[in-house]
Design a protein around this ligand. Structure first.
Ligand SMILES: Nc1ncnc2c1ncn2[C@@H]1O[C@H](COP(=O)(O)OP(=O)(O)OP(=O)(O)O)[C@@H](O)[C@H]1O
Ligand SMILES: [Mg+2]
Length: 277
């Protein structure tokens, strides 16, 4: 379903990937782990056509992701959606408007059908009767669930999640993990989840890959990764198992502003190209 083949990528002098290979099967839930700054979010952005490799290729459902090619981008956009960190909701829109954003703009469904779809999805993520609220009125966990409902509204084949549980308490983390698991199965989607939270990776993922110094150094089931004798994998997962990675305020702000930048890029692209028949 998703093939990342010998991908190289640098930003200026900074080398991010040095021949990265990854294969994700149709219908599986695949977690990507790795230290902060290794390029996990950048990997998701390559899969959804927001960034292009310097060398190598990314193939989604048989078609190479080529951000210069309109047909390729259309193919990706019809299949892939991304759930950004913190939900990345549009603050001036209600929950209903956020969930139905793509369908409202695509104009392929009439208003009553989009309303029904939004209500069904809000029920599915355990947020019934919240359509009229604004994001500012929601907790962090609720925002993430709205972000998930918005992704499902596109009826995607692939959902990319960037740290869906970071910053949540353990109970809400479990609720979100369970929801990802259930909706993935119910809608038959292929899910790729970047996470720092090994416990939820073990629960939700069929396979886990570890990114380290520009390559995937390990792929295996949750059981296999826990028994891995690779010292880097071992240190990473056992070092992290007792608590989330700590992040300085500066790093957090920098990461969130990158997400916001990408969010507006997506909206601009949707408005320009995707609106065409
Ligand atoms: N558009 C960009 N331009 C320049 N550098 C970038 C860009 N996007 C990401 N980077 C850099 O690439 C590196 C990898 O970034 P990425 O966001 O993928 O890290 P990450 O593994 O997701 O980290 P974290 O766990 O902290 O979210 C970082 O050093 C980041 O600063
Ligand atoms: Mg990231």
């Amino acid at each position: 379903m998703i093939d990342v083949i010998d991908v190289h990528k640098s930003f200026g002098d900074k080398v991010i990937y040095r021949g990265l290979n990854l294969h994700i099967k149709r219908g599986e839930t695949h977690a990507i782990i790795g230290r902060s700054g290794e390029g996990k979010s950048v990997l998701l952005k390559h899969i959804c056509g927001l960034l292009a490799p310097d060398r190598g290729e990314v193939v989604v459902d048989g078609v190479e992701v080529n951000i210069q090619n309109k047909e390729s981008l259309r193919h990706i956009r019809e299949r892939v959606t991304m759930v950004f960190q913190m939900g990345a909701l549009f603050d001036s829109m209600t929950v209903r408007e956020n969930v139905g954003f793509y369908q409202d703009n695509l104009g392929k469904m009439d208003l009553a059908a989009v309303n029904r779809l939004c209500n069904d999805l809000l029920d599915e993520v355990n947020l019934p009767s919240t359509g009229h609220l604004l994001p500012a009125e929601l907790s962090g966990g609720m925002r993430k669930r709205v972000g998930l409902a918005r992704a499902l509204a596109v009826q995607p084949e692939i959902i990319l999640y960037d740290e869906p549980t970071t910053g949540l308490d353990p109970v809400t983390t479990d609720v979100i993990g369970e929801l990802i698991h259930r909706t993935s199965r119910a809608h038959g989607v292929t899910s790729v989840i970047v996470t720092h939270d090994m416990k939820s990776a073990y629960k939700v993922a069929d396979s886990i890959s570890m990114l380290y110094e520009g390559k995937i150094i390990f792929t295996g089931s949750p059981e296999e990764i826990q028994c891995s004798e690779n010292p880097i994998v071992h240190q990473f997962i056992h070092g992290l198992a007792d608590g989330p990675i700590t992040e300085t305020e500066e790093e957090r702000v920098s990461r969130l502003s990158t997400d916001l930048m990408h969010r507006s890029q997506i909206v601009r692209r949707l408005k320009s190209e995707d609106m065409e028949p």
